[in-house]
Design a protein around this ligand. Structure first.
Ligand code: AMP
Length: 237
């Protein structure tokens, strides 16, 4: 059914990109997509799109997301289940932000099994919590383009020596105001990190030792190019 009709069973490249908020998944995912020519499925992006559209599903997810909690697994699993049936997932796909719990991983495995497929690689970016807090709390985004800035590490030209604010943080290309994600606050981040350690880290152990699945922990506290080198090696293994 869905993707897979013209492919041999078990040929799909299904990559899971794991990592706490701010670990660099957003910087590395496009590189994986370019290398493998498969789509990037970010449940966070899909849920934010649902919130922005004002759909029932979005309304349900909004509050939990702003506080940094996990959206009901039935909603998230439902979204992924529909998405991976689409034609562009025929050769495989990159999952970012999913599965976030062992329960979601079990459901993913069941979905793939129905198609005679399985997870190929699990790549986990590891970065200390203190580093993540500084990265996330300084992050500003240009919503229309997705361009990302940082008050200290990648400031927009408009900031100069001024205090960061919507008036001083402007997109380099359009001059439009940048915004911070609702859940990029210190308070929400605390819960997001706690949830990551408690619920998502066990997903690694769940896949470790599984035959035919490459599980690679990668030091994400290095230069983007170095991290990419390690990721490329892992997914081509
Ligand atoms: P992200 O962009 O991956 O940091 O996701 C943003 C928010 O979306 C998370 O903090 C959760 O509230 C929600 N979310 C994304 N993916 C999932 C998932 N697999 N399960 C539950 N909630 C999710």
């Amino acid at each position: 059914m869905g993707c897979g009709t013209s492919k041999e069973k078990g040929e799909k490249k299904v990559i899971i990109l794991l990592g706490p908020p701010g670990s660099g998944k957003g910087s590395q995912a496009p590189k994986i997509v370019e290398l493998l020519q498969t789509p990037h499925l970010s449940t966070g992006d899909m849920l934010r799109a649902a919130v922005a559209s004002g759909s029932e599903l979005g309304k349900e997810a909004k509050e939990v997301m702003e506080k940094g909690g996990l959206v009901d697994y039935k909603v998230v699993v439902g979204i992924i289940k529909e998405r991976i049936k689409e034609k562009d997932c025929e050769k495989g796909f990159l999952l970012d932000g999913f599965p976030r719990t062992v329960e979601q991983a079990e459901m993913l495995d069941d979905m793939l099994k129905e198609e005679g497929e399985k997870v190929s690689s699990v790549i986990a970016l590891e970065v200390p919590d203190e580093v993540l807090t500084e990265r996330i709390c300084g992050r500003w985004i240009h919503k229309p383009s997705g361009r990302s800035y940082h008050v200290k590490f990648a400031p927009p030209k408009s900031l100069g020596n001024k205090e960061p604010s919507p008036e001083t943080m402007l997109d380099d290309e359009t001059g439009e105001a940048l915004t911070q994600r609702e859940d990029d606050s210190e308070e929400a981040l605390k819960l997001r990190l706690e949830t990551y350690h408690k619920e998502t880290v066990p997903v690694l152990a769940y896949y470790e030792g599984r035959e035919g699945v490459v599980v690679e922990k990668i030091d994400g506290n290095r230069r983007i190019e170095e991290i990419w080198g390690s990721i490329e090696e892992a997914i081509m293994a």
